[in-house]
Design a binder for this molecule. Structure first.
Ligand code: ZN
Length: 396
């Protein structure tokens, strides 16, 4: 009499032990060293799998096991959809000489019913595969990193000199959502450095012009335009919705507002500023490194800075600093490299020199120190000799 499926499974159970989904979950929580092996077909895996599992479809097990599981004493828990195929696969592995093999009873179906999470690999379109192909070749980025960029939300404060290269390079890199705050309109005098904008868009709102430029480069990017000033009333709600804030502002009220709000909602700020031929950049990651107030606890008193609005600036200067800001943003999002946290990078265009200074958290910082005195947003318009009635422009 031929074997029924039940006969095969009963036979396998005589040599293979079964573990419950709860046991597997508990072992993962404890950080036990074992391998989860998914033996389902590729299209089943695509619909969701247990994070960290390796995948060998059962039909390839005899051919691929030794490649993916070189040690026969590796502790392996095999799973499939319901626990039947994994039992038979475990039996095959046992026959191949693997000594510590178990099968997860009930499979991923029971795993999900028990409320444990599954992950899905992002499906990239043919167009995305081509567009980001040079990223996929980088080990530190790859499809996983690109997925993080595509899921990311970055807020640019200012669509001016710094915001221009930041917006263009982040759009090119495939950042999923770019928010842009800027209340200004494009002026002909901006075009010497603000490469997001064009001569035929003079007079147009900067966020509208930026949206056109970004979509011409990468139509896939979701642009959220905020043609308004950043204020104490809108900043908190705006920042909460983003992963990284890029500060491209050119005035102290906005810089302190950005810093304070970011620390209060614990979002990293990629800082950049420029003046004539010099620029600087840093990353202010709340509570991991210093904030802007750790360096400069209070804004300069009115009259101490020449002007918050018009100073001369070499047109290419914001290109250099903005590209550094875009680089740091991408590094933060993909979690690679050494960010500019606790470091202030300074650039002198005339000397063509970079130098770096260590910056430390101030334990007495009024904002991020041990006993903060600033626990909510302040009135920022009094800074810098600005009349409260005269709004600060942003965007260099
Ligand atoms: Zn601080």
């Amino acid at each position: 009499m031929p074997h029924t499926p039940r006969d095969f499974l009963d036979e396998a159970r005589r040599t293979i032990s079964e573990v419950s989904v709860e046991d597997v979950a508990a072992r993962r929580t404890h950080g036990d060293d074992f391998i989860l092996l998914d033996v389902r077909e590729k299209d089943e895996v695509r619909a969701g799998y247990i994070e960290g599992a390796i995948t060998i479809p059962r039909g390839f097990l005899e051919f691929q096991a030794s490649g993916q599981l070189p040690q026969t004493d590796t502790d392996v828990v095999v799973y499939c959809a319901s626990g039947a195929r994994s039992l038979l696969a475990a039996q095959v592995l046992h026959t191949m000489g693997y000594t510590r093999i178990a099968s997860m009873a009930g499979g991923i179906t029971r795993w999900k019913e028990a409320g444990y999470p599954v992950v899905r690999d992002r499906q990239l379109s043919a167009e995305q595969l081509e567009r980001y192909s040079r990223h996929f070749l980088l080990r530190q980025l790859g499809k996983k990193g690109q997925g993080k960029l595509l899921d990311a939300k970055v807020l640019l404060v200012g669509a001016g000199g710094l915001g221009s290269p930041v917006a263009l390079y982040l759009a090119a890199a495939g950042i999923g959502t770019l928010g842009i705050v800027d209340a200004d309109v494009v002026d002909r005098s901006n075009l010497q450095r603000q490469i997001l904008h064009t001569t035929d868009r003079v007079g147009m709102g900067k966020t509208e012009s930026a949206t056109l430029a970004i979509h011409a480069l990468n139509p896939e990017v979701q642009v959220r335009a905020y043609p308004e000033r950043l204020t104490v009333d809108n900043v908190m709600a705006l920042f909460r919705d983003y992963d990284v804030i890029v500060d491209g502002s050119d005035n102290f009220p906005t810089r302190y507002l950005v810093n304070d709000a970011a620390v209060l909602v614990r979002k990293p700020v990629v800082h950049g500023s420029i003046f004539q031929f010099e620029g600087q950049a840093s990353v202010f990651k709340p509570h991991a490194g210093p904030c802007y107030r750790c360096l400069f606890p209070t804004p300069p008193p009115p009259g101490m800075v020449p002007s918050c609005s018009e100073v001369g600036v070499l047109g290419v200067l914001p290109g250099v600093i903005g590209v550094i800001q875009a680089t740091e943003t991408i590094k933060l999002l993909i979690g690679q490299g050494e960010p500019l946290v606790g470091r202030l990078l300074m650039y002198d265009a005339l000397a063509m020199r970079f130098h770096e200074v260590r910056i430390r958290r101030d334990p007495d910082c009024p904002l991020c120190g041990a006993h903060p005195t600033i626990t909510e947003l302040l009135n920022y318009e009094e800074f810098c000799g600005l009349d409260a009635a005269e709004p600060a422009t942003i965007g260099v």
